[in-house]
Design a protein around this ligand. Sequence first.
Ligand SMILES: Cc1cc2nc3c(=O)[nH]c(=O)nc-3n(C[C@H](O)[C@H](O)[C@H](O)COP(=O)(O)OP(=O)(O)OC[C@H]3O[C@@H](n4cnc5c(N)ncnc54)[C@H](O)[C@@H]3O)c2cc1C
Length: 545
Amino acid sequence: MSHERNVVPRRAKRAVIIGAGFGGISLGIRLQSLGFDTLIVERLDGPGGRGYQKKVNGYTFDMGPTVITAPHFIEELFALEHRQDNLQAPDFPAEVLSAPRITAGQSGGPRTREYVQLVPILPFYRIIFDDGTFFDYDGDPTNTRRQIAELAPQDLAGYERFHKDAQAIFERGFLELGYTYFGDIPTMLRVVPDLMRLDAVRTLFSFTSKYFQSEKMRQVFSFETLLIGGNPLSVPAIYAMIHFVEKTWGVHYAVGGTGALVQALVRKFEELGGQIRYGAGVQDIIVTDDWGKAPRLTRPRVARGVLLESGERIPADLVVSNGDWANTYLKRVPAGARRVNSDLRVKAARQSMSLLVIYFGFKDDGQPLNLKHHNILLGPRYEALLREIFGEKVLGTDFSQYLHVPTLTDPALAPPGHHAAYTLIPVPHNGSGLDWKIEGPKLVERVYDYLEQRNIIPNLRARLTHSEFITPDYFAGTLDSYLGNAFGPEPVLVQSAFFRPHNRSEDVKNLYLVGAGAQPGGGTPSVMMSAKMTARLIAEDFGLD
Ligand SMILES: Cc1cc2nc3c(=O)[nH]c(=O)nc-3n(C[C@H](O)[C@H](O)[C@H](O)COP(=O)(O)OP(=O)(O)OC[C@H]3O[C@@H](n4cnc5c(N)ncnc54)[C@H](O)[C@@H]3O)c2cc1C
């Protein structure tokens, strides 16, 4: 096919993207490179969404994502230029599939390095159990076997079988099917036999329990979905692929924090001619009848632009929402225009959990911290705690947390002689009815008690120089997420693939979704994949093959 046939019509089509999260910016880069004239409107005063970066009292805090995986997705964005053929390139080129395991030095591809410095993080995580023992997980089978032999020797053989079966899930579910857009039931049905054969529809925790007898190993090989809002007790075992995504391409850090990566992506978007407006909240997506010849009642509804909270109207040929799926439909699209995404369906969907996150700075006391860059601190209960958070929606007597200490890699994030850290505690979303003005400060104190009493960070309170926290109310208010969910619709089987919200609206023509609420799901790699899926749908709808 010649390139001439692919050229966008003379007047570039105007795309408006609501939200400058990873999904919105990634899609903006793709649409600009496809020849659209793209404007991102963001309610906050800066980019990133959940990946917003806060600078306060000499500290730099990434508010959200910190574990960067699949760096070739990032490289792909930085390598895009003004051209029409970027959607035809293979999703996983040969050099990506044959990449050696990254163990030291710089990571990320050559175009990424022009914008931001990525470095590998090893181990990926230190997983600290309630009895004080720990497991440094780095994806290296030799190191993994050695630690299993120390902590749970009975699980050595199970690990070998788990490794083989999880690899099969990764190869089919991620490498081959990862970019499949499930827009109709036949596409969904075609993959069901594979999922059954790989035993990938049972829950992740029951899948790992097949291979591991010890509670510790069951936790080590199932906790990762919590970082994208999935309950290991209910996500399908297809998510065992995360283990392999990390193992295959490593875990990385953007020097300067994830915020530096966000700024780099914004720069790329602007270099391609895209525009971003901050402080520009969208009140309504403007939807009208299609002005065609069809009888009035059967005319499709069409997105024509957005109405900002300031009263300004921005016309567009297509609108994409990077905001929360539920609130996009409940608040921004008129109810009369919605059949599939009705109030009933949206409100009945299961939302992911929420979080309490404490951002804190503390003095270095000269003693080395017995911590790594990423630490998972598991409480005394695993399954019961997960049931309380996701099911009963109550605050337990104990908690687990993810403690992030980026200054162990990048001291520039804190004033000299200090550390910047955050700790994230999974909590129920606001369907719980908990009053976070009361419960928030109490939970923060319990977390500080835990970190001090367990000597995780000795004498922490006396060393604290900065402390602030967010609760589900931040997700509900500042980020406008339904029920204050932190990760979008919960990734359970009945909300995955075809059953997950569609990137091309079923209700309104020229309206699309991108980001954690759409297919394939949450987490920054998936969100970047969703941008590619949505770009392909837009290219198809606007005649770019
Ligand atoms: C604390 C935390 C830690 C995490 N850690 C990791 C991690 O380590 N690794 C990982 O891969 N993932 C992680 N995740 C998940 C990951 O951050 C998200 O899946 C991803 O960033 C979501 O990106 P997004 O583009 O879908 O949406 P968002 O980041 O939510 O962006 C949506 C944007 O839309 C804007 N918006 C919404 N409504 C409107 C409106 N009406 N008008 C204008 N603008 C609007 C919002 O302000 C926001 O900026 C984490 C999430 C959290 C909360």
